[in-house]
Design a protein around this ligand. Structure first.
Ligand code: ATR
Length: 269
């Protein structure tokens, strides 16, 4: 079997080994996939040890996506735009290739749930790495406008400026926000702390979808808040699954089917 892994710190609760084992079983690909906790200050050393032991490719999660970007010798255009890498592999010449599948994963999950995208007014909450990786794919999905709102407004404006050539995107602070949006995506890490960004009451257009990149057995504070204001809600479990499927495709040129697995993962939460 060919060896793959996910690197993170911490990594104990990662669902990626579960997901990739299911992909391998479904497609018949001879793949084994493990979780590796790399030291916070030596991602590169952990990757090299893995490759020396026969590793072929890896996913990379918090806090190593920038380290993985630095380590990759050849980047895809979308990895350059995201400034991050979540998928590494060795090519036929032994070079380390880096890509990011988070953005396409989000868009695929949104499409699978018939989310408003083409022509939609979209609000992205947060201006960190998670936001940066999804802006270009959202613009390419044909959104009408994309507003980035952040606790630190200057970061939202700087991030929006990076993509100004790709579509109608701008940045602001939370206090400057007013509705109404067809799709609101929470990419802040506020949900992790059980916190809610200060959002105006009238944020959602009719039939709006609220999406949280976080997921869990219980809805996040943001999704509870959105549901109480009439929005349809969806958490990030499907994004996790779809980014994994895209990574599997990059490694194996085989595209796993995700719909049935999505239901099973949900039931296991
Ligand atoms: P990630 O890679 O997950 O995006 P990050 O780069 O550290 O992580 O970015 C975290 C994001 O969550 C930022 O947009 C941050 O806002 P600031 O830029 O103002 O720091 C946002 N964030 C974190 N905690 C928050 C909270 N309690 N309320 C609102 N926004 C929060």
């Amino acid at each position: 079997s060919d060896r793959y892994a996910v690197f993170g710190n911490p990594i104990g609760h990662s669902k990626s080994p579960r997901i990739h084992a299911a992909f391998a079983a479904q497609t018949g690909e001879a793949v084994v996939y493990e979780a590796i906790e790399a030291p916070a200050d030596d991602f590169a050393g952990a990757w090299r040890a893995f490759v020396a032991a026969g590793g072929r490719g890896a996913n990379v999660t918090v806090p190593f996506k920038q380290d993985a970007f630095a380590l990759a010798e050849v980047h895809t255009p979308r990895a350059h735009l995201a400034g991050a890498v979540n998928t590494l592999w060795l090519d036929a010449d032994g070079r380390v290739r880096g890509d990011t599948t988070d953005g396409v994963g989000l868009v695929r999950d949104l499409q699978a749930h018939a989310a408003p995208l083409a022509g939609a007014r979209v609000l992205l909450l947060g201006a960190g790495g998670a936001s940066r990786g999804v802006i270009q794919p959202l613009l390419e999905a044909g959104v009408d406008t994309l507003r980035v709102a952040n606790r630190t407004p200057a970061k939202a404006q700087a991030l929006a400026a990076l993509f100004a050539g790709s579509g109608r995107v701008d940045g602001c602070g939370f206090e400057a926000l007013e509705g109404d949006f067809d799709l609101v995506i929470n990419a802040t890490s506020a949900s992790l702390a059980g916190e809610l960004p200060p959002l105006p009451e009238t944020l959602f257009a009719s039939e709006a979808l609220a999406y949280d990149m976080m997921y869990g057995a219980e809805p996040t504070v943001f999704l509870r808040w959105a549901e109480a204001r009439g929005a349809r809600t969806l958490d990030g479990l499907g994004m996790l699954l779809e980014q994994a499927a895209e990574s599997f495709w990059l490694w194996r040129q085989v595209r796993p089917e995700t719909a049935a697995l999505r239901e099973r993962l949900r039931a296991e939460l």
